[in-house]
Each structure stands twice: as structure tokens, then as C-alpha cells.
Design a protein around this ligand. Structure first.
Ligand SMILES: [Zn+2]
Length: 296
């Protein structure tokens, strides 16, 4: 008697969810924003809702059960992300206050009044998003290739976590806020983008959240242009050659164009074999942990 062929799906896997989760979240978030693009509360509402959803799925069917965190650790991360997200909002406000006028003058001097305000809003959102991601790609690549930029940005802190989840999008050293906000602020203020910039920020932050999620998701099709968690977790690898790939945290297209794209599984995340304490993380711009394996 012939035995039944083995079921290729492992228990607990839902293939439709793996294919559809990322596109469904992006479509839902963009639809919500389009319903009222001027509403500033959409940003925190979207961020909270997406993280509750990702958190529930991570708890229910984690891609790596060993990356699940005890409730206390998780709660600590929630508090940190809320505080750090408020901090990043303050830095964004400073950039706006300090750069709006000088960059508007520069726009006039350089005749850069070229923003396509007559394009459909969605096309403008994608244009800001991919332009901002282009600048971020090069900044992030510099952080990983130049020791001085690695240090002054505190980027090692973002890489120091051994267990990843959606919340890791927001676990960055305060010094890095100045780097993280710069690309979108520069594009928005230099070109006088307007409301499309708000849609692009929401798209970028949701993409960055999904990119860290400990959920089994498929990279096909969506992964032609957008970063997936497979690609971004590979960037968080403790192996230096692997961490020097996939610099796009929200869009992957620039890695594909500039030769740093690498798909593939990741065995271990972090800067080294151990995770620094919170205090050691705060000091990382001044003193690198002794066991770091990925610092330039
Ligand atoms: Zn990085």
C-alpha cells in the first residue's frame, strides 16, 4: 500500500497569510490615509493598530519561537518605542523649524520648483517614498561602511538585539533620529512636496515595522520593490558580509540597482554573540561592545 505523500506545509502555517499579510496591511493603511490625508492622528492610529496586529500574529504563530520575548521584556520594548517615537517626532519638528525657510530659498535659487503637484496623490506618495528611500539607502550604507558614521549615528544599537519583532523598527539610539528623519525632511522641504510627504512617512514606517516582524511572510512579487522581513532580518545578521546587504529598510529596489541585494535565510541576529544591556546600548556611540562582529 502506498503511503500518502508528506504534507509540505508544516503545522500552523497559513500560506494565504504568508502571501497576503504585507500587501493587505499596506493597502489598508494607504486606504485609511487617503480617506483623510490631512488628519494628523492617522499616523499614531495606524502605528498602534499595525503593531497590535503584528504583535498578536507574532505571539500566535511566530516564525522563530525562540525569538518570542517574555511579557516583561515586551512591555519594556513597548515603553521604549513610545518614548523614542515621541523623540523622533520632536527631531522631525526641529528639522521642519530650522530647514523649511532655508530649503525653500534654495529651491527658488536652484529653480527646483519641479515637484509634480498635478500628479495623482498616490503617485506623489510613491515618488516621495522612493526618493527618500534612495537617500536613506546611501546614509545607511555609510553607517555600515564608515566607522565614524557607525559611531556617531549609534546605528549599532539598532543592530544589537538578538531577538527581532515588529517593535524593533523603533528601537534606535536617540542620535540616530537625526539620520532617520533627514531623508524625508530633505525631500519634503527642498521640493515643497506638501501633503504627499505625510502619506510617504506612514508607508515608510509601516514598511519598516513589517520588515522586523517575527512572522513567516513571503517575499515574492512584493519583494521586487518593497523590503520584506526576509531581506531585512538578513541585514540584521551577526555575520558581517550578510549585514552589509539589504540597506533599504522600507524599499529594496535601490539594493537591487546598486548591487547590495541578497535574499536568504539568517541564522542569528545581533552585533555579536551577546546582547548588550540597555545601559551599554546607550553608550555604544562612545564604546563599542568587545564582542562586536559587524562594526566597520
Ligand atoms: Zn543597518
Amino acid at each position: 500500500m502506498r503511503s500518502k505523500p508528506a504534507d509540505k506545509r508544516s503545522p500552523g502555517r497559513i500560506p494565504a497569510l504568508e502571501y497576503l499579510l504585507q500587501p493587505a496591511i499596506l493597502v489598508a493603511v494607504m486606504a485609511l490615509w487617503f480617506s483623510n490625508p490631512e488628519e494628523p492622528l492617522i499616523y499614531p492610529i495606524v502605528l498602534a493598530t499595525v503593531h497590535v496586529l503584528l504583535g498578536v500574529i507574532e505571539h500566535w504563530m511566530p516564525a522563530r519561537p525562540d525569538w518570542l520575548q517574555p511579557a516583561r521584556e515586551k512591555l519594556m520594548n513597548v515603553v521604549l518605542v513610545v518614548v523614542l517615537t515621541i523623540g523622533i517626532g520632536i527631531v522631525a519638528g526641529w528639522y521642519d523649524m530650522l530647514l523649511r525657510e532655508p530649503l525653500a530659498e534654495l529651491r527658488a535659487i536652484l529653480h527646483l520648483d519641479i515637484w509634480p503637484h498635478d500628479w495623482p496623490l498616490f503617485a506623489q506618495v510613491l515618488l516621495v517614498f522612493f526618493t527618500g528611500e534612495f537617500i536613506w539607502y546611501w546614509l545607511h550604507r555609510m553607517e555600515h561602511r564608515w566607522a565614524l558614521v557607525w559611531r556617531i549615528s549609534g546605528h549599532g544599537v539598532h543592530h544589537s538585539f538578538k531577538k527581532l519583532g515588529g517593535l524593533n523598527f523603533g528601537l534606535n539610539h536617540p542620535l540616530e533620529f537625526f539620520f532617520l528623519v533627514a531623508p524625508s525632511a530633505f525631500v519634503e522641504l527642498l521640493f515643497g512636496v506638501g501633503i504627499a510627504a505625510a502619506g510617504a512617512s506612514i508607508l515608510a514606517v509601516v514598511q519598516a515595522s513589517i520588515a522586523h516582524a517575527n512572522i513567516r511572510m513571503n517575499s515574492r512579487v512584493i519583494g521586487w520593490l518593497f523590503t520584506t522581513n526576509e531581506y531585512h532580518i538578513h541585514h540584521h545578521s551577526v555575520v558581517m558580509e550578510e549585514s552589509n546587504t539589504n540597506y533599504g529598510c522600507a524599499a529594496i529596489v535601490w539594493d537591487r540597482l546598486f548591487g547590495t541585494f541578497e535574499p536568504g535565510p539568517t541564522r542569528e541576529a545581533g552585533t555579536g554573540p551577546t546582547e548588550p544591556t540597555l545601559w551599554r546600548k546607550a553608550l555604544m556611540p562612545f564604546r563599542e561592545p568587545d564582542d562586536t562582529a559587524i562594526a566597520p
